[in-house]
Design a protein around this ligand. Structure first.
Ligand code: ACO
Length: 370
């Protein structure tokens, strides 16, 4: 039996949602560079769910559905209010999404139509859950979503109750586009493994959120922000990184299982980081990031991934550090739901084998003779 550690290079199934070929990332065959430059996140959601860009009326209909479904059941909001103080927002999100299922009368309806409607609700309500948790942990009342706002606008609005600036909305929208899908990444794969048992869509999404939370996956953007904070200023970058490298510690936000010559999403976030950190009057956040990038690329040959420059982008947008991974979840909800619907369409149980390495020919020994 041959084993492939971490399933590296294993092609587990066919998918028509997203491709990574020779380091080029495409959604539905469209290079993400074009999408980041020209598209809106809602167009990308449609593209991932339908395999083609929407016509104007299709986009308008989707935006209307997302807007109308953004409000969360009052019971769910009330339960969030009682979460223990200090729980990580990803843990809160995992639980909150799970409780959405309890109040969804279609939760167990496995028809494609019901799964599409649930995908709309999950996409629309995830930002509402995160913003509500963020406000309630600060002792504030949640701000109700606005049906006329886009996902990016609504999320930023619900955090503060103030209409966000056009610059902030644009930057956030591009970040959502860049994180929307990534074929069989760990969280998407865990969602597909779950629903391949024909469990419901909420169970698949809860698996995905739990998987995204880990620091080797979506949790890395928060870890990068912590690192920038610990470093504190340009003068400390060299010694901080040198110590990490000498101790053989991983530098979060670098390296990737698939991209060995660089992550195509990182350049967008790098440019955004430069512009936004300058705008808020803290260009050193970008300069520190570039210095770290130069050291790690130079010495380890590792390139920044999507999580590295997104940290300084989100700091510049005034977002709390522990919301960075939940923000990733808002975006990736589009990809997760697309993959779950694709898995249901052409399902086969995902059940690999293990190469057993434990003892053999053992016997049961009664407890007082062990
Ligand atoms: N810092 C220092 N060394 C690293 C890093 C890093 N960030 N990433 C990889 N390496 C080293 C490994 O230690 C290993 O060295 P070795 O061969 O001497 O043992 C070598 O590079 C190969 O790395 P692997 O861990 O085998 O690579 P793998 O494909 O298994 O892991 C991963 C990819 C998990 C992304 C890894 O690069 C990592 O841990 N990076 C930091 C966490 C991170 O940024 N995660 C976000 C990824 S993007 C996303 O999920 C959205």
């Amino acid at each position: 039996m041959t084993t492939t550690r971490g399933l590296e290079g294993v092609v587990a199934a066919q998918s028509s949602i997203c491709s990574i070929v020779d380091g080029v990332l495409c959604y539905g065959g469209i290079n993400i560079d074009e999408l980041a430059e020209h598209a809106t996140f809602e167009e990308v959601v449609y593209l991932l769910w339908h395999g083609a860009l929407p016509k104007r009326d299709q986009l308008d209909a989707l935006k209307k559905q997302l807007g109308e479904n953004a409000a969360v059941a009052q019971e769910v909001l009330e339960s969030i209010r009682h979460y223990p103080k200090g729980v990580h927002p990803m843990a809160a999100l995992r639980t909150a999404v799970s409780s959405l299922a309890l109040y969804d009368t279609e939760a167990q309806d496995m028809s494609p139509e019901a799964n599409y409607r649930k995908s709309i609700r999950l996409m629309a309500q995830t930002p509402t859950l995160i913003a509500a948790y963020e406000r309630m942990r600060k002792g504030l009342e949640p701000v109700a979503p606005r049906a006329d706002f886009t996902i990016a606008q609504n999320f930023l609005y619900m955090l503060t109750g103030q209409e966000p600036t056009e610059t902030a909305v644009k930057a956030f929208d591009v970040a959502l586009i860049l994180h929307a899908d990534h074929e069989f990444n760990a969280s998407t794969f865990s969602a597909r493994v779950s629903v391949a048992t024909l469990t419901d869509i909420y169970s698949g999404i809860v698996s995905a959120i739990g998987t995204l939370k880990g620091p080797l996956h979506g949790g890395a953007n928060e870890a990068v922000a912590k690192m920038l904070n610990e470093i504190g200023g340009m003068a400390n970058v060299e010694s901080y990184i040198r110590t990490k490298l000498d101790n053989k510690e991983k530098i979060m936000g670098f390296g990737h299982r698939v991209y060995k010559d660089g992550d195509p999403r990182a350049k967008w976030l790098k440019d955004m980081s430069k512009a936004l950190t300058a705008q808020i009057g803290h260009p050193e956040l970008y300069e520190m990031s570039v210095k770290i990038d130069e050291m790690i690329s130079g010495e380890k040959g590792l390139k920044p991934n999507v999580d590295f420059y997104s940290a300084s982008v989100y700091i510049s947008l005034g977002l709390e550090t522990d919301l960075f991974t939940p923000i990733f979840a808002i975006s990736r909800m589009s990809g997760w739901t697309a993959h779950i619907m694709e898995q249901y369409e052409n399902n086969r149980l995902i059940r690999p084998r293990a190469d057993y390495t434990g003892p053999v020919n053992q016997h049961y020994v009664p407890i007082d003779r062990r």
